[in-house]
Design a protein around this ligand. Structure first.
Ligand SMILES: *Cc1c(COP(=O)(O)O)cnc(C)c1O
Length: 395
């Protein structure tokens, strides 16, 4: 890890070898059942990652027009792009229509009316799926739960009939099927099993196929192991897809789609940061790092806990609160964390920063965005130099 000391901190360090193995796992397991995976671009949009994902034949799950444009720019075929979001603007909808993407996932009857109108103006037919809110508890943090009655996402079952009728009556809408996404960082099988049960029920109850459905999209949400990232670097995609294959009860011709984000990229990066000060508090010792909530927002946003290791020393000797430099009391990475005796200048690695870390980074406090570095076959590459032109540094 000596080479890391020569790089200005903080920075994201991506392990492309692990990432390739993760892509092997997710594609192999999904292919067993003919499932189609759309990568949720918002988890991480770094070019080397997205290009690898697209080249493996995965599609893209987008939540903004700019993400739709990015997916297409990265070479994703339009018929592999899906577009969700409660607040799509007219120009975002037009972009999706003009590029004839696979499907817009609609979140309200009000949105269907706007899409139908815009499609008519454009002389086009919009492919739409209805995002249904199944009222399933994802058993995850409340800020990343999306499928309960009180959440803003999706169409409530009370409005589903109206939405189906609207699609049937508009010649500018082509109804594709149903879409679900119940939340993120789901680490138990139970919410997914419950989701299958709800989907089977809704599919029959509303006679979804009589409306011409050809697809079902089950969203993402599969969690990663933030506590033991090194022991458990690749999520159990086998268990995940098998659960759906076992519990879903749909006709064979319905194509089944997933939108995985975190589980694909989550373990691919660490955030490397330098200790600026070790400061004595009254009953505490603070390790103050040069990375903060601007580089990793998850702890401040939803009390996420990431494993932290000291790359410069070993052995358990002290208890520290690890905090960032931002002028916010929530800029805290860990409290009462056991670390080797830590001193100014030590390098710390914050694990599992592949998902919702760099993509959520902020300019707050006018801080510059931290760069990304990549390790591939034991060689370290910088972000903006083309791989073949860069003088490689051996790690
Ligand atoms: C964010 C998001 C996903 C991805 O969720 P992960 O938990 O990262 O797998 C999938 N679908 C939709 C609609 C999303 O908003």
């Amino acid at each position: 890890m000596n080479a890391l000391h020569n790089i200005n901190t903080p920075f994201y360090l991506y392990d492309l070898d692990l990432f390739d193995r993760t892509l092997d796992a997710v594609t192999n397991e999904a292919n067993k059942y003919g499932y189609i995976v759309h990568y949720a671009l918002k988890a991480n949009n770094q070019k080397p990652l997205v290009e690898r994902i697209i080249s493996r034949g995965l599609g893209a799950d987008c939540v903004s027009g700019d993400e739709v444009a990015a997916a297409l720019q990265h070479g994703c075929s339009p018929d592999m792009v899906v577009f969700a979001g409660v607040g799509k603007t007219d120009s975002e909808i037009m972009l999706a229509l003009d590029n004839e993407i696979y499907c817009l996932n609609c979140e309200s009857v009000e949105e269907l009316a706007v899409i139908s109108e815009l499609a008519e103006k454009a002389g086009n037919v919009a492919h739409v799926a209805l995002r249904v809110n199944p009222d399933v508890d994802a058993e995850t943090h409340r800020n990343i739960t999306t499928g309960r009655d009180e959440n803003k996402f999706g169409i409530h079952l009370m409005h589903l009939q109206e939405a189906l009728d609207f699609c049937r009556n508009s010649e500018y809408l082509n109804f594709m099927g149903l879409h679900f996404h119940i939340g993120s960082q789901i680490i138990s099988s139970k919410p997914f099993a419950l989701l299958c049960e709800r989907v089977n029920h809704i599919w029959n109850e509303f006679r979804i196929e009589e409306y011409g459905a050809t697809m079902l999209n089950l969203g993402g949400g599969l969690g990663i192991d933030y506590n033991n990232p090194e022991e458990n670097p690749i999520p159990d995609f086998n268990l995940f897809f098998n659960l759906f294959a076992t519990n879903l009860n749909l006709p064979k011709h319905i194509s089944v789609h997933f939108e995985l984000g975190r589980s694909i990229v989550g373990q691919a990066a660490k955030l490397i940061t330098k200790v600026l000060f070790v400061k004595k508090g009254i009953n505490k010792q603070f390790v103050i790092t040069d990375a903060g909530m601007t580089e990793l927002l998850r702890p401040a946003l939803y009390q996420a806990v990431h494993k932290i290791s000291n790359l410069s020393s070993q052995g358990v000797t002290g208890k520290y609160d690890v905090v960032g430099p931002a002028c916010e009391s929530s800029d805290v990475f860990a409290t009462e964390l056991l670390l080797p005796e830590t001193k100014r200048g030590d390098l710390l690695a914050i694990h599992s920063c592949g998902a919702y870390a760099q993509s959520m980074s902020l300019h707050y406090n006018l801080r510059e965005k931290a760069p990304a570095y990549y390790i591939h076959n034991g060689i370290l590459y910088s972000e903006d130099s083309p791989l073949e032109l860069l003088q490689p540094i051996i790690v």
